[in-house]
Design a protein around this ligand. Structure first.
Ligand SMILES: Nc1ncnc2c1ncn2[C@@H]1O[C@H](COP(=O)(O)OP(=O)(O)OP(=O)(O)O)[C@@H](O)[C@H]1O
Ligand SMILES: [Mg+2]
Length: 473
């Protein structure tokens, strides 16, 4: 439960909102409290000064308590607070509260009043047990002709200030609750948006692991998740395609082997069952020999193909001077062509042009291409092989004057097991794998191969290019 992205996201959201709201509330309420208190203080001070000004005229040696009290009462009514006036010895000479609790004639020994009598403004905020509320008390001096005659003491309720603060606190509380609900809802929605595709992909991967490769997930957005979904579908179809190719390959390979194996089977059985004369026996044996050769050729080619599949680039690539290897191979092939009545000419030009390819692989390429040229060129023909530099590439071309390749087959002949004329190719012992091997090697080396018509539209020309080592580095 706590391991799901959904829970983690939601909890994070809620924690964030709680912290932010708590901090905001704390500072906001503090600032507002300070503001309201200082505003209240200023108002009271102003009122106090006004009372002081008015009463200064009455503050003679022995002020008339009745008059002063009336004055205090008048102001008290206006500002809604209790107003007390004392003489310079802190004796109360006027009190707005007349009935019950009046302080007339008593000494009011308070810090605020002492400070006022020193010419300053006294102030305090405290909780009054008596009236069960917060109150602010201020005292200002009554001054006339530079003498302090007494003080005005005002005590006012702070109820309204704390009522406002309480309202704001409640409002913030409600806002926090709403924000949390909203965040929980949005968080869940957002998490849903993220986790559902991931869960679908997990499910699909599990199915794939179980062997069902036909898996597609819906692409619902174009963010990271959406791109992952696209890549997933891409991978899944690639894997399907690859398994299909692999199956085809195995099927083709088995099929190719079945023909020679069937002939071998029949011939061996015949040898066993029938009594044949020596001449017939020899004929059978040479047929068996031929079929075995064919099988071995097929298996060798299959092995070659799988080896290219498995070997990685770094293993085989080496900067090598391939010219001597090429020349030696061509010299050998030239002799073979001669026995078929075909002339093989070659020119090997590049002086030590390094390419990342092993001598073995370049020999494989040459051997397959020239072998084809010999096989598919009737006696009296010519084969021309050229190795040269072309820009930043090494190029190899093999041109023959043979049967040529019809346009519609030009792409297909590089496919595995593809032969234009099955009968003729089989007669020659062909497997249809030679060009597939060549192409595979060339592609592994970052190169390209193509086929076009030969000189004057007769025969064919195979051209391949491989980037030079200095072009890659
Ligand atoms: N130089 C060529 N001239 C005419 N046709 C060619 C030439 N090279 C290849 N082909 C055609 O392309 C087909 C595929 O060639 P590839 O080398 O892959 O197989 P193969 O020669 O039949 O068998 P293997 O190479 O195993 O002996 C050949 O069967 C042939 O029909
Ligand atoms: Mg071939």
């Amino acid at each position: 439960m706590f391991n799901s992205i959904r829970t983690k996201l939601t909890v994070t959201y809620l924690a964030l909102i709680l912290v932010v709201m708590a901090l905001t509330s704390f500072f906001l309420l503090n600032i507002l409290e300070q503001y309201y208190l200082s505003y209240h203080f200023e108002t009271m001070q102003r009122a106090g000064n006004l009372v002081a000004e008015f009463s200064s005229g009455y503050m003679k040696e022995s002020p008339d308590i009745g008059t002063v009290s009336t004055l205090a009462e008048d102001f008290a009514r206006q500002i809604g607070s209790r107003v007390i006036i004392t003489d310079h010895r802190q004796r109360v000479v006027g009190d707005s509260l007349r009935v019950g609790g009046g302080l007339l004639n008593s000494l009011l020994n308070r810090d605020e009043i002492s400070r006022a009598l020193e010419g300053e403004v006294g102030q305090s905020v405290q909780f009054s047990q008596q009236s069960n509320q917060w109150v602010m008390q201020i005292a200002v001096p009554i001054i006339s002709e530079n003498t302090i005659l007494g003080s005005v003491f005002i005590s006012s309720s702070l109820n309204h200030v704390y009522q406002i603060l309480k309202d704001i606190r409640r409002f913030l509380g409600v806002a926090t609750a709403v924000a949390i609900l909203l965040a929980a809802f949005l968080g869940a929605l957002f998490a849903h948006h993220i986790t559902v595709p991931i869960e679908l992909m997990t499910q699909a991967t599990e199915n794939m692991a179980r062997g069902d490769l036909n898996q597609r997930v819906p692409v619902q957005s174009n963010d990271e998740i959406g791109r992952l979904a696209i890549q997933f579908n891409h991978m899944s179809s690639r894997m399907q395609e690859m398994t299909r190719q692999l199956k085809d390959f195995v099927a083709n390979a088995s099929h190719e082997m079945r023909t020679p194996l069937t002939s071998l089977n029949i011939m061996v059985k015949s040898l066993k069952e029938y009594t044949l004369d020596v001449k017939e026996q020899k004929e059978f044996l040479s047929d068996i020999d031929m079929e075995l050769e064919r099988l071995m050729h097929l298996v060798e080619n299959l092995l070659d193909l799988t080896r290219i599949d498995r070997v990685s680039m770094d293993d085989t690539m080496q900067s090598a001077d391939i010219v001597p290897a090429v020349a030696a191979t061509l010299e050998m092939l030239k002799k073979r062509a001669e026995t078929e009545g075909i002339l093989l000419q070659y020119s090997v030009q590049p002086e030590a042009s390094p390419v990342y390819i092993s001598a073995h692989q370049i020999k494989q390429i040459l051997f397959n291409l020239v072998d084809n040229a010999i096989k598919y060129t009737p006696a009296g023909g010519t084969i021309i092989v050229a190795l040269y530099n072309e820009g930043e590439e090494l190029a190899l071309s093999v041109t023959d004057t043979g049967y040529g390749i019809p346009t519609e087959h030009k792409d297909k002949i590089f496919e595995r097991f593809y032969r234009i004329d099955k009968a003729r190719s089989r007669e020659q012992g062909g497997t249809g794998l030679g060009l597939a091997i060549v192409k595979e090697i060339v592609i592994r080396h970052g190169g390209k191969i193509r086929v076009e018509d030969g000189e004057g539209g007769q025969g064919s020309r195979f051209i391949l290019t491989i980037p030079l080592a200095r072009a890659i580095a």
